[in-house]
Design a protein around this ligand. Structure first.
Ligand code: SF4
Ligand code: SF4
Length: 439
């Protein structure tokens, strides 16, 4: 079989064997949750609970502030202890609701399945449901999903592409989801199809997950409608990026600076899909997720289901603790993730990985040898070495002129750089500077 893919890209070692075969486990319920009001792209949500308020699972903690924003709900029974300001991974500051968890009561809570009246579902009901559930892109982008599913009236969206690619090394939570909740994912596709009547539904999965390809194919065949076409993809990074995935799955090219809607496509990650199903079939908003904890510096790698707001230290403890040899902690995958200075952060809707890397996994940087390999692999046809050099020299306007903002921080250039230069870190720095100073 010829496997589909996109142009350029890289082939990093996938480091997935450590956790790919490990079923998802529930983390022991933490005593405290730290839930940021800003877990999405767009305006931070506004707290509707104050210090001392009692909360219960699924109850609204923060309301969306405008259309491009997302609601935040409580995962537990407990009490709001206080609202504090802390940085998010990446450095931006956010208010956090600190919740003291009533562990015993929360353990007794169950989300019961409910009947869905498909005949009453139209596009408005589907989008409103997604909005009420506080769902955001869970592949890492964290763009509010109801916005993505609200195309302008002039846009003709005919294709849904499901992202089951999980091309970031180390991460295996999407893979486990496709194996463990396959029928649920197909049910969630049925919900979306009611609202949009897609002409084509493509489910992209890389060929290093043959068991997931098989499971999704079987689950899709078990339902009469809609027809879901599983598209096995060649293993290549960054195939999970929307533009790369759209090209790989259906051969359409999203123009630079434009959205997938321009070519009639909407993309949803598998966890986003699962969250949509959770709302419609269980009435459960987005209050927990699965995260892969891995790397040579953690005692036991795991795929852990945890409430939003679980402190990273609790996740590390649930994996048997951290080795002394850890030199770098990364939130997310090694390609697009963010290095953390401490463990004082907590699980958010977009947290797909927490990596504890040792020296052998984090090589030292040396000077640029002008080999051009970073240019060869950039899927956006950028010149990463130049962008990094402009960032180092604080020539931000020049960097912008060289299409700095087209970089979607996939990390392919840094991965392919023999000098191990932190190209993405420099580019990210320049992008932040350009944004903050409105250059
Ligand atoms: S410049 Fe940006 S888009 Fe291009 S390879 Fe590097 S991180 Fe990816
Ligand atoms: S890949 Fe690294 S060493 Fe080669 S040109 Fe790019 S920045 Fe320089």
């Amino acid at each position: 079989m010829t496997l589909k893919t996109f142009n350029r890209g890289v082939h990093p070692h996938d480091h997935k064997a450590r956790s790919a075969n490990l079923p998802t486990e529930d983390v022991p319920l933490p005593e405290t949750l730290l839930i940021p009001v800003s877990q999405h792209l767009g305006k931070p949500a506004t707290p509707v609970k104050s210090r001392g308020d009692e909360v219960m699972p699924g109850e609204l903690l923060c309301d969306a502030d405008g259309f491009v924003s997302a609601k935040v709900h409580s995962p537990v029974y407990g009490k709001v202890k206080r609202i504090v300001q802390q940085p998010l991974p990446g450095g931006r500051m956010s208010d956090y609701l600190e919740i003291t968890v009533n562990v015993e009561e929360t353990q007794t809570h169950r989300w019961e399945r409910r009947e869905v009246d498909f005949s009453a579902l139209d596009r408005t009901a589907v989008v409103e449901g997604i909005q009420n559930a506080g769902i955001v892109g869970m592949g890492g982008a964290t763009f509010p999903t109801h916005v993505k599913f609200s195309p302008p009236p002039t846009a003709e969206v005919d294709t849904l592409v499901i992202d089951g690619v999980e091309c970031e090394p180390y991460l295996t939570c999407d893979h486990r989801l496709m194996l463990e909740r396959t029928a649920h994912l197909i049910d969630a596709i049925r919900i979306l199809h009611r609202g949009f009547g897609f002409k084509r539904i493509l489910f992209g999965i890389e060929s290093n997950k043959p068991d997931a390809i098989e499971a999704v194919t079987a689950a899709a065949a078990a339902v009469e409608e809609p027809s879901v076409e599983v598209v096995p993809l060649k293993v290549k990074y960054p195939q999970g990026a929307e533009k790369m995935l759209i090209y790989a799955a259906c051969g359409r090219t999203v123009p630079a600076g434009k959205l997938p809607l321009e070519v009639g496509v909407v993309v949803a990650n598998v966890f986003t899909l699962a969250a949509i199903g959770d709302w419609f079939f269980f009435g459960k908003p987005l209050i927990d997720r699965v995260i892969t904890v891995s790397g040579d510096g953690i005692a036991e790698a795991k795929n852990l289901r945890a409430p939003i707001g679980t402190p990273f230290a609790d996740l590390a403890a649930a994996c048997g603790g951290i080795a002394e040899t850890v030199t770098k902690v990364v939130a997310g995958g090694p390609m697009m993730g963010v290095a953390l200075p401490t463990l004082d952060y907590s699980l958010t809707k977009g947290s797909s990985g927490l990596l504890f890397l040792t020296e052998a996994e984090v090589p030292d940087e040396s000077p640029c040898i002008r080999c051009g390999r970073c240019v060869d692999v950039c899927p956006m046809n950028l010149t990463p070495l130049k962008l990094a050099a402009y960032a180092k020299a604080e020539m931000f306007a020049e960097a912008k002129r060289h299409n700095l903002n087209d970089c979607f921080e996939c990390g392919s250039c840094a991965y392919n750089c023999p000098a191990k230069i932190q190209l993405v870190a420099w580019i990210r720095y320049a992008k932040n500077y350009v944004r903050v100073h409105k250059i």
